[in-house]
Structures are given as C-alpha cells and as structure tokens.
Design a binder for this molecule. Structure first.
Ligand code: HT7
Ligand code: ZN
Length: 853
C-alpha cells in the first residue's frame, strides 16, 4: 500500500476555480457530467491529473473537443497545452450498490453523499485534495414522485418539472470550497423549518429534513442549531453566511455527521429525539453534534485544511468550540468531567498503543483511519491549553486574527499556532511539540513541607514513553494549575497559580505555609497528562470533600477509588473504608448538585482500571470493582435509597436539574442493585415499566440486563417489542446486552449477531453490537479467546461491505501488549488472520498490520 507523507506536500499543479455538475439521479445508474474550469498553478508542464475511485470515463472533452486521455491506475490524466481550459467528463455510478457509504449512496430510499475525506472521487473525476477550492454550480434531475426534494450546497437558484415525471433543481454555492464539502440529497423528506436572524439583521431559512413520521423528533435539534448560531456570534463573532442552512438526517452513515457547506448531513441518531426514545445523553450529544457541524462553517469551511495531516486544525478547534458551547448550556463542571472521561477512555489508550500518532500525523496509508480521538479530543485539549496560557481576552484576539487572516484559504496547524503567538504575545516554540509528539506525558509531583521555615517545595518531573516511530521524546510545555490547602484548617494556604512546566524537572517554592499543605494539581484538567502524586487516602478524601475546583474534587475521588481498586487487584483485597466515607460525604453534601454527585460517586470503568496496570487482568479487575460496588451499595444502602426516592416524583423535563436528578437516580439504582438487596430487581423492573422517558427505561434495563433475575428476559422482550420499528432504540437493545456484565455475554452476543434485526450493512447496528462488545473488557477478553475470534470474524465480514467502519472497530484487538502472554498470543493470531485475508481493504490492512508491529 502507498504511504502518504506530510513532508512530501507540494502545491496543486492545477487549480479548479469553477465547476458545473449535472446529476441525472437514479439509484441503479446515475449519470454525472462535470465541467471544470482549470487553471495552471505556476510554471510547469505537468498534465492535469484527476482522482477517481471506481470510475471509468464515458467522455472526456477539452474546450468542447474530444481529448486525449489515459488512466494511470484510478487517476485520469489529460495533457493540456494552455494555462486555462474547460475540461468536461462524464461517468456513470450505481448508488444502490455503494455499501461503503462513501461518495453517492442510497439510504432508506433516499440518495445522499459523503465526501470527506476522499469520497468525491467516487462521484466524479476531480483533484480530490482539500487545498483545491472551487465555486460549485449543481443541477440535480430525478424522478419527482420518488425524490420530491432535491438539495445541494449553497443557495437554491432555480427548479422545474420535466414531461417524463422527472424534475430538476439548481443550487449555487458562492463560497469556494474543497470537494470534500460537496453534498447532495434526493429524497422523500419533510422539513421542520424556522428562521434565524443574524446579528447583522439577515434572515436565514433553517430547516431539518427527515422522514415525515420523524418530524416530531426534530425540535430539539432545531433549537440546538439556533442556540449554536447565536453562541458563535456572541463568543467568536462568527455569523452565518448563506441564505439557507439545511440539515438532513439519514440512517446509514459512517460517522456522526458531516459539515457540508450549507447542507449538513447527519446520522439520524444525532438528530432524532423525543423523551420516549432518546436518553438525556442522546439529547446532549445531539446538541453537541449539531453545534459542532454548525461551527465548522467557520472552523473548517471558511478556513479549511491545506492537507489531511492538518485535520486537527479544523477538528480539534471545532471540538474545543462545541465543548465550550455545551458547557455554557448547563453545568460546566460536569461537562468537563465528561470530556475528560471520554479523553481517558478513548484517547489515552490510543496514545499508549500501537496506533499512537501525533495530533499532526506524519504519514498515513488511509486517511479515514485518522479520524481519531487524538486528532479530535487531544486536538481540542491543545487548543484549551493555548487558551489557558493566553487568557480569555488574548485567546479571542488570536482567534479573530486567525479567522481574519486565513478566511477563504486552506491553512495549517502552524498558521493557527502563529496567530496564537502573535495575538497572545507569547512564545509557543516549545509548545508546538504537542502537535508533533505522540504519547501522554506523565508528571510526578512531590510536595515537601518544612514546618520550621514555612516553605513548601513542589517538585515536578515529566516523562513520556516512546511511541511507534518516536523512540526519544523531548520535554513538553505542561500548563498545570496548582493550589495548596492546609491539612489542619482545610483552608487555602497558597492561591491557585498556573505553572508552566517546560523542563524535564522543575521546582516551585511556596512561602509562608504554616501548616502541612495538601496539593491540588491539574485543576480543571488544565493539561491532558497523567499526574502521579503520593497523596494519602486521607488527603484525597479531604480534597474530594472540600476542594473548591469541582474537577479537582471529582479527580481526588477517582484517584482514591483507583488506588483502592489497583491495590485490591494486586493484593486480593483493598481497604474500602476511605472510599465509602468519601462517597458518603459527597452524597450528603447539600451544596452539591445531583449531576455532579452522580459523576463523582461513579467507580472508574474496568478498562480505566486496567490502564493503570502493567498487565491487565480483566477477571481480577472485574472482581475487585464488583466487590467495591457491593460494599458501597451495602454500607450506604440507606443513602442510595434516599437519593433514589428523592428523584422519583419528577415528571420528564429536559433541564440541567432534571437531567441531574435522573442521572443520580440511575446511579443509585445501580448501587442498590449491587448491594444485593432482595427487592433490587423489582425496583428496577417497576422503574422500567413506569418510566416516562428513555433515560430511566434504559437505566433500569441496563441494571436488569447485567443481573440474574427472572425479570431480565421479560424486560428485554418488552423493550424489543415496544421499539421493534425504531432502529435507533433497537441499537440500544443490542448495545445494552453487549455491555452486560453477565458471565454469558460472549455467547449472548454471538447469538445476537444471528438475530433477524442484526445487520453489518448499517454502521450504527454494527457498532451497537460489535463496538459495544469490544468495550466490555471482561467479556471481550474471555481467556479462551472466544471474544477475539468473534470480533475478528465480524470485522472480516464487515470489511467486504464497509472497510471504513470495520477498520474503526479494530483497535481493541490491537492492544495485545497490555495483556498476559496467552491472551496476547490469541489476539495476535486474530490480527494475523485478518492481515492474511484475501482482498483486505487498505483501511483494515493499516490498522491490523500496525497493531502487529
Ligand atoms: N468532518 C466530519 C468527518 C466525517 C467523516 C470522516 C470519515 C468518514 C466519514 C465521515 N463522515 C464525516 C465529521 C466532523 O468531524 O464533523
Ligand atoms: Zn468535525
């Protein structure tokens, strides 16, 4: 396979200032005519090379005359004599046979597109690279009865009917854009419409298009869109720039959503919501993804990426923007906790494994494999660290400078950092290492207090383990917010300060510290690092109850739980008392809101506990965690029941307070169940039956699905029957069973893969069973290798249909180095079997072969 390298970047030989596209749409045979105005870029005599993928030219004309052309592999090469020409091509494609869901494909009777990263070349011949910016005119023609709605990027300019039952529509997008932002939709869709008036007084027609019967489920997304539009004006000074903004929901989608200019296309799971079918988590995710795609209009579309190595320029920044947006809609503290939990669950393991790569990678075989937690979530943390270093005012000045200077261009991460540097008046030379070095820095912090002099010395040391291709690491710039509390008084003895650790080791002195200090560090998770301290259980208990930074409070509790669990795994038994005391203190703290309490009292996941250990022992971790859960359940049973009952009376409402109450209620239900109380299953079953919302219903189902009660099967059947015509809820039904902690989960999942509603053709369904199962540490890592074999079989089958989705599900199988030698051998054997599969995609080849190295 061909490796693409960042260092090999050269500017495009030919530019395409304008394109006219004409689609004669049909699921079996769509004819695409493309007229490109091309312009030689600089002095050279290179031919025009147009990318294609699975295309055969039916006609190639230059300035109206049949031209000489040749195929170099999948690339169409045309020799051109002048500096500017009109090049016309014609191809035919078959959307209904497109199972990869890249390019033009059919979903639920509609035709839709997905072009990022390299899908446009599956539609027509074109220089498919993000630094070729083009103005698009698009004409769509299709059968009117079947496809009454025809949408494309930009603004609508004309439409009409034809005699043969077909109709057409023309769309113009005045903003030059890379082809990955091209989109069209032809379908039988209904719209939830509204108007947004920008702060400069322009009216924008906004609409969300779905199947008629789903219209009632679009109000939340529409509200989120308008809130995001106003937020971007207020917080970043960014206004929307076209007369229409359309969102379309489709059921078959490789990702969450796509920010096509003026025509966002969404996985329906990030649009459709009502209380009966969507959880609070779904509601939050919908608002976040709607905002994310909308924010791309500036961070991604007006300013795009020079090449795909710069992907984090748009994705890291846009994730940072959507995280801040969500934080502003409710509890910022809880949002930060959730974001850090995601980072630790998805990105830290990536950074510690065979697929580790820098936020700005140096090479790839298949770019789709690089839409990762590192590019997105760690990328967002890098923006957050720069915002912390600059402070709010300078950060806004710097983003204004960036939007202003690079508007209408294809930029680089370096361009972004130089704006931060210039407007922020800081030197970020060393900070840039965050973009080039993979891996998670590990910071050890030791605090020594001299009672006599009142001086406290904090010693910070940073290290970073080697990652593939990067054996030696340079020190990073780690912004750490630090504060000291007095162990006796409980009061602040040194105010919060920002420490920029940029050397391998550094010492910070605190004067006039009259009592033994307790260290609060990386407050607000100011840097995406692992901090190791030698704080005692008592000090962590103090911080978990008293730190004035909510994140640090949560973190102290997590550390206390982790220390206890790791020592239980290593020694067979840990002291549960400090955790129980700390959880009791948090539960009974009347000043805390329910959402925060619910996050704080949750035990770290099996896999996060595993991440702390040299060799992961899934069974021992599971046992240790269950034992602590049981003791917490038993010792605090009265408190859990009180918390549970306090939330019972509420009717459904989507508000931060109501969400928090539901979250705590479901966490409490889990602990009551863990206590072994005889009425726990009936409590869960009553909640399941009486719930007026999906959060409570699924919460109860998850509790029952992991148990042995005879109510388990009944609840699963009731749930299935009630929602058998709702694909998104059936995904939950599959995922809940795949995540069950029962001993027979591997077998149950194998059976579910033969269920009549299971299909690999729909990415959501594939992820709901296979993706969820691979996250279930104990079940997936069954010692006999049953889980590995099952996942490998499924991925080999899925690769034939949809390589991109298959390859994204592979990483858990690649983490063999973290397990004992028997499991490691079984995992490697499955990876080898995958690599040896005839006809394997380059997507899977890259993921599997790198995982074997
Ligand atoms: N920018 C979008 C990425 C995306 C994508 C990537 C690979 C394959 C399919 C895809 N669909 C969408 C989504 C985003 O980050 O906003
Ligand atoms: Zn994005």
């Amino acid at each position: 396979p061909v490796v693409t390298r960042r260092a090999d970047y050269t500017a495009p030989a030919w530019l395409v200032p304008e394109i006219a596209l004409d689609f004669d749409l049909d699921p079996r045979r769509t004819r695409v005519r493309a007229r490109l105005n091309v312009a030689r870029n600089g002095a050279h005599d290179a031919p025009l090379r147009l990318d294609g993928d699975g295309l055969a030219p039916l006609a190639v004309r230059v300035d109206g005359v049949d031209a000489d052309w040749r195929m170099d592999g999948a690339t169409l090469e045309i020799a051109l004599s002048g500096d500017a020409h009109e090049v016309e091509t014609e191809v035919e494609i078959a959307p209904e046979r497109n199972t990869q869901l890249m390019g033009l494909y059919a979903s639920g009777g509609n035709l839709c597109t997905q072009c990022e990263a390299e899908g446009f070349r599956r539609i027509t011949f074109f220089p498919d690279r993000p630094d070729v910016l083009t103005r698009y005119q698009v004409k769509l023609t299709a059968e009117k009865a079947r496809y009454p709605v025809l949408l494309a990027n930009g603004d609508p300019v004309a439409s009409g009917d034809l005699d043969d039952g077909r109709h057409w529509a023309e769309w113009h997008d005045p903003f030059p854009k890379p082809c990955y932002l091209f989109a069209l939709i032809a379908g039988d869709l209904a719209a939830n419409r509204d108007t947004f008036t920008t702060r400069s007084g322009r009216d924008v027609e906004v609409a969300i298009w779905v199947r008629e019967r789903d219209l009632a489920k679009t109000d939340h997304a529409l509200h989120a869109l308008k809130t995001a539009m106003a937020w971007d004006e207020r917080v970043y000074g960014r206004e929307y720039d076209l007369d229409v903004f359309n969102i379309v929901a489709v059921d078959d989608f490789n990702f969450g959503a796509m920010e096509n200019k003026g025509l966002n296309i969404f996985n329906s799971r990030y649009i459709l919501a009502d209380p009966d079918t969507a959880t609070d988590h779904d509601y939050d995710a919908i608002a976040a993804v709607v905002a994310h795609e909308y924010f791309h209009n500036w961070s991604g579309n007006r300013i795009t990426c020079r090449d795909w190595f710069q992907l984090s320029l748009k994705e890291g920044f846009t994730v940072y923007r959507d995280q801040k947006f969500s934080a502003d809609q409710g509890s910022a503290a809880v949002k930060r906790i959730e974001d850090v939990r995601t980072l630790r669950a998805a990105q830290f393991p990536e950074d510690a494994g065979p697929l580790a790569h820098p936020v700005r990678p140096d090479s790839y075989i298949e770019i789709s494999n690089f839409y990762t937690a590192t590019i997105y979530n760690k990328g967002a943390e890098l923006i957050g660290m720069m915002a912390t270093i600059l402070g709010a005012e300078k950060f806004r000045r710097a983003t204004d400078l960036y939007f202003d200077r690079f508007d209408g261009t294809a930029a680089t991460c370096e361009d972004f950092v130089s704006c931060m540097e210039e407007a922020g008046e800081v030197d970020l030379t060393r900070f840039r290492r965050w973009y080039s070095q993979a891996g998670t820095p590990r910071v050890t912090a030791r605090l020594v207090h001299e009672a006599g002099s009142g001086r406290a010395m904090l010693t910070l040391r940073q290290t970073m383990a080697p990652t593939p291709g990067q054996p030696v690491k340079e020190p990073m710039v780690v912004p750490l917010t630090v504060k000291l509390f007095g162990a006796d008084s409980g009061r602040e003895v040194a105010p919060e300060q920002l420490v920029l650790l940029s050397e391998p080791e550094s010492e910070i002195a605190f004067e006039s510290v009259g009592e033994r200090p307790i260290l609060s560090i990386n407050r607000g998770f100011s840097a995406p690092v692992v901090v190791e301290t030698d704080r005692s259980a008592a000090d962590l208990g103090f911080l978990s109850g008293h730190d004035d930074d909510p994140f640090a409070r949560y973190e102290a509790m997590q550390q206390l739980m982790l220390d206890t669990l790791v020592s239980s795994v290593q020694r067979g038994r840990g002291d549960h008392a400090p955790v129980i005391d700390a959880v009791r203190q948090t539960l009974l703290d009347g000043d805390l809101d329910s959402a925060f309490i619910a996050e704080a009292v949750l035990l770290p996941s099996d896999s996060f506990i595993g991440d702390q250990m040299a060799v992961v022992d899934p069974d021992a971790i599971f046992r240790a965690r269950e034992a602590l859960r049981r003791d917490l359940g038993r010792e605090l049973e009265g408190e859990w029941r009180e918390a549970y009952e306090a939330a019972l009376a509420n009717r459904f409402e989507y508000s931060p307070a109501a969400k928090g109450a539901r979250r705590l209620k479901n966490v409490a239900l889990g602990y009551i169940n863990a206590s072994g109380a005889p009425d726990a299953a009936s409590l869960a079953f009553v909640q399941f039956e009486q719930a007026d919302n999906m959060t409570d219903r699924q919460g109860a189902l998850a509790t029952l699905a992991s148990g042995t009660s005879d109510k388990r099967v009944a609840a699963l059947d009731i749930f299935y029957n009630r929602y058998s015509d709702n694909a998104l809820v059936l995904d939950k039904w599959f995922a809940t069973q795949a995540l069950s902690s029962r001993d027979d989960t591997a077998q149950a999942v194998e059976e579910l893969s033969r269920h009549k509603d299971f299909t690999l053709a729909n990415p959501n369904r594939a992820r709901s069973l296979i993706g969820a199962f691979a996250m279930n540490q104990r079940a997936f890592h069954d010692a006999a290798g049953r889980g590995y074999r099952f996942v490998a079989d499924q991925l080999i089958a899925l690769d034939k249909l949809n390589p991109q989705t298959a390859a994204k599900l592979l990483p858990p199988l690649g983490r063999w180095r973290r397990f004992d030698k028997d499991r490691a051998a079984l995992m490697r054997a499955e990876l080898e079997r995958i690599v040896a599969t005839p006809g394997l995609s380059k997507d899977m080849f890259e993921q599997a072969s790198k995982s074997l190295d």
